[in-house]
Design a protein around this ligand. Structure first.
Ligand code: NAI
Length: 740
C-alpha cells in the first residue's frame, strides 16, 4: 500500500512534530486533538518553533487541523493513522476503538508510545486488526532526530511493516529500525541505562556534577549536556516516571533494577520543584541576584549549590582509549561507565535484537552519540577490553567473544538499511590517510574527506587533507553532527594572543589556495553537508563543484558577528552568484548591496528552502531528506560527471567607490538606531570595501585572486583590532555574540 494521506491524533509535542515532518515530506496530513483549538495552537507552535520543525514555513497550512468528535471522518481516507495522545492506556484503548471502526481496510495504525508494549496496546483488537497495528516511536524533535523505531510482534503482517519502514526511510528520511516488542525498545533501553549508570557511578565514585558531565560527554563522543545536564533538559520528574515504567516491565533479574533505584537527593529535587530546566532548576540552576546570573551546580553529597566549575580535561577530542587509560578518577569513572554500558548492551543480544549494530545505530540516531556501545568496544580493542574487565559471566555475547578475541568481530555496519551509507563504505576504503583534523578515505576511483575536529572547525590541517585528496574525484562528507561550524577560532586566537599575525595570514592564504584548488582541480569535488555549514564550512561547500545537501542544514556566512569578514572566498562567491542575475545586469550596485545585506547581518538559513532566496544554495544543488543517502547521491553525481571539466575562472565588474555612499547611508541609519555600535561600523566598512571591489570602477575586470586579496587584507586589518579580538574571546567563552 502507498502512503499518501496520514492522520495524526494527539497534537502535543510529538503529534505536532510528526505532523510537521510529514508536511516536510509533502504528505497531506491532518492533526486531530480533543478540541480544534488545541490542534490550532499546535500548528501555531509548529510555525514558531526554534529550531524550526518545518523546512518551509510557508507550507504550514498544508497541515489540516480538527477535533476527534466533528472531524473523525478524515480517518476514513488515511493510509496511516498515528496515535500520539497522552501515555495513558485507557485513553489509547478508547482511541483505537474509534480508529478501527473508521479506518479504511488495511490502513496502518501505529502508536508513538515510549513505553507501553504492543501486546498491551493491542489487547482489545481482533487478529486482523493486530496485523496492521504497530508502534512507530519517533524521537523529539522529530525533524532533527534521525531515529525511528518501528516495533512489531508476531501478529504483524511483515510486508506491511517493511512498506512502512521504506516509506519512513525514503520519504521521511528517518533511520528506521524495526525491532521487537521489548521494554524501552532499543534506544531508550540502552540510553536510559547509560544515563543511570553514569549518574549512579558519579554518586558512588564521588565525582561532581560538572566532572561527570565533562567525561560522559565530548570525550566519549556523547553530546556535551552530559548526564546531569541531560537529566535537567528532559525533566527529573519525567525521568523518574520513565524509570518506574522500566521497573514495572523488566524482569527482576535485569541489571536495570540495580541502577534504577530511587536516589534520596533526586527525590528531594522533584519534591521541591527542582525538576530541571522547566522547573526551578535541577542539578544545575541559574541563580539570579539583581542583574547578575550565575550558573550553579549541586553538590551531590550535601545538596547545596555553588558556582559551577569548568572542568578542563586537557583534550577536546573524542578519545575513548586515552580516557580509560588515564590514571586518575576520571579514567576510573570513564572505564566503569563504558564497560558497564558495553556489558549491559551486549547482554541484550539476541533478546531485543539479533543485530547488535542496530543498538549502536539507535544510540547514534536517537541519542546523538558518535559511537554506540559495540563500536566503543571495537575502538577500545577486544583484547584490551578483556584484559581490563573482571566479570561477565552469564553474558553470552561477551563469553563467545572472549573465546575468539576477534578484533574484527564487528563485520558489516548499519545492517538495518540497504542504503550505501558513509558508515558502511568507510570501512572498505583501500587505504587511510590524513591528519589530526581530517581523515582521507581512499577508494579506487574517488576519495572521501571527513573532518574530525570539534564541530568540525577548520584549521591548517583540514586544508592540508582537502588539498591532498584532490588527486581523485573527492566527496567531502561526514558522520558527525556538523559539516563544519567554520574556521577554528581558538586556533586563530592562539596566534593572535602571541601577536603572531603572520601565521594567521599564512593560514588564511592557505585556506584560499585550497578552496581555489577544490574548485579548479582536474577532478570534481562534491560537498555533502548536514548540520552547521557556517563561515569557513560554507566557503568549502560553495567552492566545491557540486553540492548534495541534507534538508537539515544551518548555512550562512556569520563572520561579521565575531568582527571578521569571510576571507576564504565567501564574499567572492556570493558576489558571483548575485552578479549572475538580471537585476545585477541592469543595476551595477545591485549585487554588492545584496551581499552587503546578507553577510553584514550574518544571515543564516535553517533549510535549503530558506537558503535559496539568499543564494547560499543554488537550484541545481541536490536537497535530500535522508542523511544516510548523501553518499549515494554524491556518487551518483560523480557517475553523471565522468567527463567533468573544471569551470572557467570568474571575472568581476564591480562599482568600486560608486556604491560606497549607499552602503554608508545604510550604516549611518543602523548606527543612529543603535543597532550597531562603533566596531560594528568598522567591520561593516571593511565588508563594504571588499564587496564594492575596492579601488576599481565598473568597467574594470577583477579576477578571483583580486577578490581573494581584498578579503585577506580586510580580514587581517580586522583580526588585529582589539575589539574584534574581544568579540572572538567573548563568543568562545559564552557561545554568544558581543555587540561592541
Ligand atoms: P503531550 O502531553 O505533549 O500531548 C498529548 C496530546 O494528546 C495533548 O495535546 C492532548 O490534548 C491530546 N489528547 C489527550 N487525549 C486525547 C484524545 N482522547 N484524543 C485526542 N487527543 C488527545 O504528549 P507527548 O509528549 O506529545 O506524547 C505523546 C505520546 O508520545 C505519548 O505516548 C508519549 O509517551 C510518546 N512519546 C513522547 C516523547 C517526548 O519526548 N515527549 C518521545 C517519544 C514518545
Amino acid at each position: 500500500m502507498k502512503i499518501k494521506n496520514v492522520v495524526v491524533i494527539g497534537s502535543g509535542t510529538m503529534g505536532s512534530g510528526i505532523a510537521a515532518h510529514l508536511c516536510n515530506a509533502n504528505i497531506p496530513v491532518t492533526l486531530l486533538d480533543l478540541k480544534t483549538e488545541i490542534s490550532e495552537k499546535a500548528r501555531e507552535r509548529i510555525h514558531k518553533s526554534r529550531p524550526p520543525l518545518l523546512i518551509d514555513k510557508s507550507k504550514i497550512n498544508n497541515i489540516k487541523v480538527g477535533n476527534i468528535s466533528d472531524n473523525f471522518d478524515v480517518v476514513k481516507d488515511a493510509d496511516w493513522v498515528v496515535e500520539a495522545v497522552v501515555e495513558r492506556i485507557d485513553v489509547k484503548h478508547q482511541i483505537y476503538e474509534k480508529i478501527f471502526k473508521a479506518r479504511k481496510d488495511g490502513a496502518i495504525v501505529s502508536s508513538n508510545t515510549s513505553s507501553i508494549p504492543i501486546k498491551v496496546l493491542s489487547e482489545h483488537l481482533t487478529d486482523s486488526e493486530k496485523k496492521d497495528f504497530c508502534i512507530t516511536h519517533f524521537f523529539n524533535p522529530v525533524r532533527y532526530m534521525g531515529l525511528l523505531e518501528i516495533v512489531k510482534n508476531e501478529n504483524n503482517d511483515l510486508n506491511k511493516i517493511n512498506q512502512l519502514k521504506e516509506f519512513c526511510e525514503i520519504e521521511l528520511g528517518k533511520g528506521a529500525i524495526v525491532c521487537n516488542d521489548t521494554p524501552g525498545f532499543l534506544g531508550n533501553r540502552v540510553g536510559v541505562y547509560a544515563m543511570q549508570i553514569a549518574m549512579t557511578e558519579a554518586f558512588k565514585m564521588k565525582l561532581s556534577v560538572e566532572e561527570a558531565d565533562a567525561i560522559f560527554g565530548r570525550p566519549m563522543g556523547i553530546p556535551k549536556t552530559g548526564v546531569f545536564g541531560l537529566y535537567d533538559l528532559i525533566g527529573i520528574d519525567l525521568m523518574a516516571d520513565v524509570l518506574k515504567s522500566f521497573i514495572k516491565e523488566l524482569p527482576e533479574t535485569d541489571e536495570f533494577h540495580e541502577v534504577a533505584k530511587e536516589i534520596p537527593l533526586v527525590k528531594k529535587l522533584i519534591d521541591t520543584g527542582y525538576t530541571g530546566r522547566k522547573g526551578k532548576g535541577g542539578f544545575y540552576r541559574v541563580n539570579k541576584t539583581g542583574e547578575t546570573k550565575v550558573m550553579e551546580a549541586i553538590n551531590l553529597e550535601t545538596g547545596d549549590y555553588s558556582p559551577s566549575k569548568k572542568i578542563d580535561l586537557k583534550s577536546d577530542k573524542v578519545d575513548l582509549k586515552g580516557l580509560i587509560e588515564r590514571k586518575d578518577k576520571y579514567g576510573d569513572y570513564a572505564w566503569s561507565v563504558i564497560s558497564k554500558i558495553i556489558k549491559y548492551a551486549s547482554s541484550l543480544v539476541p533478546g531485543i535484537t539479533k543485530e547488535f549494530n542496530d543498538i549502536d545505530e539507535a544510540m547514534r540516531l536517537g541519542f546523538n552519540w558518535a559511537k554506540g556501545p559495540f563500536e566503543m568496544l571495537e575502538e577500545i580493542g577486544v583484547n584490551n577490553f578483556f584484559d581490563k574487565i573482571d566479570d561477565y559471566s552469564g553474558n553470552n555475547f561477551l563469553e563467545d567473544l572472549s573465546k575468539t578475541k576477534n578484533e574484527d568481530f564487528y563485520g558489516a555496519r548499519q545492517k538495518y538499511t540497504n542504503i550505501e551509507t558513509l558508515g558502511k563504505v568507510k570501512k572498505t576504503a583501500s587505504s587511510l590517510d590524513g591528519n589530526d583534523s581530517a581523515k582521507i578515505y581512499r577508494f579506487n576511483d574517488y576519495n572521501i574527506v571527513e573532518f574530525t575536529t570539534k564541530a568540525n572547525a577548520l584549521d591548517y590541517n583540514s586544508m592540508d587533507a582537502l588539498k591532498k585528496a584532490t588527486d581523485k574525484p573527492l566527496i567531502i562528507i561526514n558522520e558527525s553532527m556538523q559539516f563544519s561550524a567554520g574556521v577554528n577560532l581558538t586556533y586563530t586566537m592562539q596566534f593572535a594572543d602571541k601577536n603572531d599575525f603572520k601565521s594567521i595570514e599564512k593560514f588564511i592564504k592557505y585556506f584560499q589556495e585550497t578552496c581555489k584548488h577544490l574548485k579548479y582541480s582536474k577532478y570534481p569535488v562534491i560537498s555533502a553537508p548536514s548540520g552547521l555549514t557556517l563561515g569557513g564550512g560554507f566557503e568549502v561547500m560553495v567552492q566545491s563543484n557540486f553540492v548534495a545537501s541534507h534538508t537539515n542544514i544551518v548555512v550562512g556566512l556569520v563572520e561579521t558577528i565575531v568582527g571578521l569578514i569571510p576571507a576564504g572566498g565567501g564574499c567572492k562567491e556570493m558576489l558571483a552568484r548575485w552578479l549572475d542575475t538580471n537585476e545585477a545586469k541592469a543595476d551595477p550596485d545591485y549585487a554588492s548591496l545584496k551581499v552587503f545585506d546578507i553577510i553584514g547581518y550574518g544571515k543564516t538559513a535553517t533549510s535549503p528552502v530558506e537558503a535559496a532566496p539568499m543564494k547560499y544554495l543554488r537550484s541545481n544543488d541536490k536537497k535530500i531528506m535522508n542523511r544516510n543517502s548523501l553518499l549515494e547521491v554524491s556518487k551518483e553525481i560523480l557517475r553523471e560527471n565522468k567527463d567533468f571539466v573544471a569551470p572557467n575562472e570568474l571575472k568581476f565588474n564591480l562599482p568600486g567607490k560608486a556604491v560606497l555612499g549607499k552602503m554608508d547611508k545604510i550604516l549611518q541609519k543602523l548606527y543612529n538606531d543603535k543597532i550597531i555600535l562603533d566596531h560594528g561600523v568598522v567591520v561593516a566598512k571593511e565588508l563594504a570595501h571588499v564587496l564594492s571591489g575596492g579601488d576599481t570602477t565598473i568597467d574594470k575586470i577583477l579576477s578571483e585572486d583580486d577578490l581573494f586579496k581584498l578579503e585577506l587584507d580586510a580580514f587581517m586589518r580586522l583580526i588585529e583590532t582589539p575589539k574584534t579580538q574581544d568579540r572572538i574571546r567573548h563568543t568562545l567563552a559564552t557561545g554568544k555574540p558581543l555587540v561592541n
